[in-house]
Design a protein around this ligand. Structure first.
Ligand code: AMP
Length: 209
């Protein structure tokens, strides 16, 4: 089964996708993670991508699609995958349609206030990609990953200026995808206001699990 997670940055797509990955045994693929990995390298491409990430602007389509194609061609995607952060525009959705089928699209929604609160308190482990929140989902030891014990990071784009830009980009470029997938009868709207366990249960219910 191929799943797409739609929703504004900070709404909880990554957290829920990681829970679905464990339950369904299909990989969680975050184009943001793939791009952050590229940006961490001291190459010309890495430097270029870093600028997009830090400003909250969308990275060039060609690079994102090439990276995604490479990832979903790997063996662990044979039974499906969960896309988080892709597609982000109508043109990316069309490109996805040419590479793979889409079976379900979850649209996670929450208020802008809740989203800003989540993003500013979010911390991530750069090693295993685990996601924490200083208040809602704190690690056992403050500032460190439960699993890897490494120091947690505060993403450069989880700071006020970039958050505003990312929300603006989402509204203009990604929100129109909701209608796109409603038309194709693939959209499942999920209230993402509560705690991750409840949101996860609602997703499973929508899948008939
Ligand atoms: P995310 O981790 O999904 O919040 O993505 C972080 C950043 O990576 C975004 O603000 C964009 O700069 C870039 N990015 C992630 N996915 C895409 C995509 N599908 N198309 C273009 N840029 C992307």
């Amino acid at each position: 089964m191929n799943i797409v997670m739609l929703g504004a940055p900070g709404v909880g797509k990554g957290t829920i996708a990681q829970m679905l990955e464990k339950k369904l045994g299909i990989p969680h693929i975050s184009t943001g993670d793939i791009l952050r990995e590229i940006a961490s390298k001291k190459t010309k491409l890495g430097e270029k991508i870093k600028k997009y990430l830090n400003s909250g602007k969308l990275a060039p389509k060609r690079i994102v699609i090439r990276s995604l194609k490479e990832r979903i061609n790997k063996k662990d995607c044979d039974n499906g995958f969960i896309l988080d952060g892709f597609p982000r525009t109508k043109s990316q959705a069309k490109a996805l349609g040419k590479i793979a089928d889409t079976n379900v699209v979850f649209d996670l929604h929450a208020s802008e206030k809740a989203i800003i609160q989540r993003l500013s308190g979010r911390r991530i482990c750069m090693k295993c990609r685990a996601i924490y929140h200083i208040k809602n989902m704190p690690p056992k030891r403050k500032g460190f990953c439960d699993k890897c014990k490494v120091k947690l990071a505060h993403r450069a784009d989880d700071k006020p200026k970039a958050i505003k830009k990312r929300l603006k980009v989402y509204k203009r470029k990604t929100e129109p995808l909701i209608k796109y997938y409603i038309k194709r009868k693939l959209l499942k709207r999920i209230n993402a206001k509560g705690n991750p366990q409840d949101i996860f249960k609602n997703c499973l219910k929508a899948l008939g699990e």
